[in-house]
Design a protein around this ligand. Structure first.
Ligand code: UPG
Length: 459
């Protein structure tokens, strides 16, 4: 059935409005695919800018998920890292009007709107038009809980954002999370943080809350969020493309030739390759990248590095057959490959969930916003990683010697510490598998969400 045919018969019409960024579009699309796999009479309208249509239109998706665009009213992706606060602000102010015009054109009434929490206007727009809104959070429940409680406290104290420096206790935030939050506020742009808090302050007006995470891996934060909100909270994760690993998304053809890098991985020993990816839009300096590649080569450790725009330059530098440098890869397939033994990551939440799912330990290298708390969760909460400590010289540059020593130790499969870390990582991976199995927490939550929106249950 094509999407036009579906439109005339579908009883449930969900409109998804992601924040325009890889780390947001991917989990929302993965969630939509999960919805489509559990409910066949559903139409999902996934709204992106024209620019993003160009990036994702060729990616496989079920027929019940249709892509619809609004004009490019925000700065292009290539300028995002140059002025992220400006980009963030444009999302908050420029996208609502064209999105609302689009809503007016849909023939089938909208059953529910799935709005990324960082699209500030989505919840109020749904309320204004009497459409139930499921607020969609693409980061950890822990980070939402930290920001939400801080925002609540700030509103009540009517104090400026730098309040954090003046208090040592905020109800609902543990002392270690308060210290984390302090770091987040010190290291990030205040305009962005203020807007993020503004977005979070709207959450109580939503009708549902969806987490891309799994209940069991963030028990305390999930329970805190369930106690906080008056409406249902559904952890449905990991919202990563695991359906595609099995190639079992009905109505879609996933038969691709295995790319060269997967074939290369096939020929490497088990657990021997370090996978490196430092984020989809913010990254490290070219000088740091040069040190990393030199350190990798000195270490003798096998590696697969996704370096985006820097890939061809780095490829020219590395002369051995111990590694590959690529602009992009199918990350989950790579992480789930048996020859991958570690992941050097910037700790974006999607990458973190993918590594957890794959049972792969992480070398953490946080750069931005939630990544520092995610790193802490990996190191201290789950104990499945080590931190890449910044160097003390030249703007925290990490030298090739430091890198070589670290990756050698991290990829040593025989050390007692390494064995324990790998065992815990595999255990966490098993917890994810249980969550997505029939009767598991995520599957049960997904079905409950579908039932609630289909029956128009509002809380
Ligand atoms: O070669 C690659 C590299 C990445 N990815 C995918 O790209 C996404 C990257 O997402 P994430 O790991 O979350 O990184 P960012 O894109 O940097 O994520 C932004 O959004 C996240 C979720 O809101 C936040 O946790 C991060 O801090 C923020 O930088 C994931 O789905 C990856 O699988 C690929 O498919 N291939």
């Amino acid at each position: 059935m094509n999407s036009v045919g579906l439109e005339s018969t579908a009883v449930c019409h969900v409109v998804a409005m992601p924040f325009p960024g890889r780390g947001h579009i991917n989990p929302m699309m993965n969630f939509c695919k999960l919805l489509a796999s559990r409910k066949h009479d559903i139409l999902i309208t996934f709204v992106v800018t024209e620019e993003w249509l160009g990036y994702i239109s060729s990616e496989p998706r079920p027929e019940s998920v249709r892509l619809v665009t609004i004009p490019n009213v925000i700065p292009p992706e290539r300028l995002k890292a140059v002025d992220f606060p400006g980009f963030y602000e444009a999302v908050m102010t420029k996208m609502e009007a064209p999105f609302e015009q689009l809503l007016d054109q849909f023939e089938i009434p909208v059953t529910a709107l799935i709005g990324d929490i960082e699209v500030r206007w989505a919840i109020s727009l749904g309320n204004r038009r009497n459409i139930p809104v499921a607020a969609f959070w693409t980061m950890s429940a822990t980070f939402l809980s930290m920001l939400y409680h801080f925002d609540l406290f700030k509103q009540n104290q009517k104090s400026p954002t730098n309040l954090l420096g003046q208090v040592d206790y905020i109800p609902g935030i543990s002392s270690s999370h308060l210290a984390e939050l302090q770091k987040v506020f010190q290291k990030n742009d205040q305009r962005v943080l203020q807007l993020a808090l503004d977005c979070i302050s709207k959450v109580p007006q939503a009708q549902y809350l969806l987490f891309t995470s799994i209940y069991e891996i963030e028990l305390q934060a999930m329970d805190a969020m369930k106690d906080t909100f008056q409406f249902p909270v559904y952890p449905i994760g990991p919202a990563i493309p695991y359906l595609e690993l099995e190639g079992n998304l009905s109505g879609t053809n996933y038969s691709h030739m295995a790319p060269d890098y997967l074939q290369w991985l096939d020929s490497q020993p088990k657990d021997s390759v370090l996978y490196i990816s430092l984020g989809s839009f913010l990254s490290v300096s070219s000088t740091q990248m040069d040190e990393i590649i030199a350190g990798l080569q000195d270490s003798g450790v096998r590696y697969l590095w996704v370096a985006r725009g820097e890939a061809s330059r780095l490829k020219d530098i590395c002369s051995d057959d111990m590694g590959l440098v690529l602009p992009w890869c199918d990350q989950l397939k790579v992480l789930c490959h048996s020859s991958i033994g570690g992941f050097w990551t910037h700790c974006g939440w999607n990458s973190t969930l993918e590594a957890v799912f794959a049972g792969v330990p992480m070398l953490t290298f946080p750069l931005f916003l939630d990544q520092e708390p995610n790193s802490k969760q990996i190191l201290e909460g789950w104990r499945i990683g080590w931190k890449v400590k910044r160097g003390v010289r030249e703007e925290n540059l990490l030298t090739r010697e430091e890198i070589a020593e670290l990756v050698q130790k991290f990829m040593d499969l025989e050390s007692i510490e390494g064995k324990e870390m790998r065992r815990r990582a595999r255990e966490l991976g098993n917890i994810c598998q249980q969550g997505i199995a029939e009767g598991g927490s995520s599957t049960t939550n997904l079905d409950a969400f579908i039932r609630d929106i289909s029956m128009g249950i509002r809380h």
